[in-house]
Design a protein around this ligand. Sequence first.
Ligand SMILES: CNc1ncnc2c1ncn2[C@@H]1O[C@H](COP(=O)(O)OP(=O)(O)OP(=O)(O)O)[C@@H](O)[C@H]1O
Length: 181
Amino acid sequence: MAATAVGRWAVGAAASSAPSWASELLTGAGAHKLLTLVIVDDGERVLLGRKKRGFGEGYYNGFGGKVEPGETVREAAERELHEEACIVAEDMKEAGILVFAFDDQPLPWEVHVFSATKFKGEPTETEEMAPIWFKHGDVPYEKMWADDIHWYPMFLGRRYFRGVFAFSKSTLLWHTLLEGP
Ligand SMILES: CNc1ncnc2c1ncn2[C@@H]1O[C@H](COP(=O)(O)OP(=O)(O)OP(=O)(O)O)[C@@H](O)[C@H]1O
């Protein structure tokens, strides 16, 4: 089952428009890698970090990473936010789901996006991320992953979203994005 999905996926990633089966990737079924992404949004500004190393280096992004064995997705989101920005979210809510498929990766990545408006602690630069606030109108999309410009408006509007984005390296090949649960 997983092998079929991966094989079919690899073919689809090369396409330039979303294949008919793309939205199936939003069901959570089939093998995938689980990740988290937390964006603090105080209503006027978002807290992003400039990634200093590793995957997505140089890009601004929320805080997050892989869910470790034995953790819930929410626990992983809380842990990564603390590890990368030194803060603890007080009202973390599920904001949306993103599926990323890379043409050189065997499994799609399922990213659970959370929002928080309040937190404890002071955002602090870590080995991985340098935090900085951006006004809603000044989000630096040109220095972010190419999917972000598509779903941030829904995030900032507090509308739940589900999207599938196919990448070759950092080039966005196609995507499909739905609003609502
Ligand atoms: C392709 N388009 C994308 N658009 C927006 N966000 C993206 C993304 N692709 C990955 N992301 C996020 O980037 C973080 C990487 O996390 P990453 O540093 O690799 O994970 P983790 O900290 O577990 O790794 P290490 O422990 O350093 O290996 C993680 O939040 C993930 O959701």
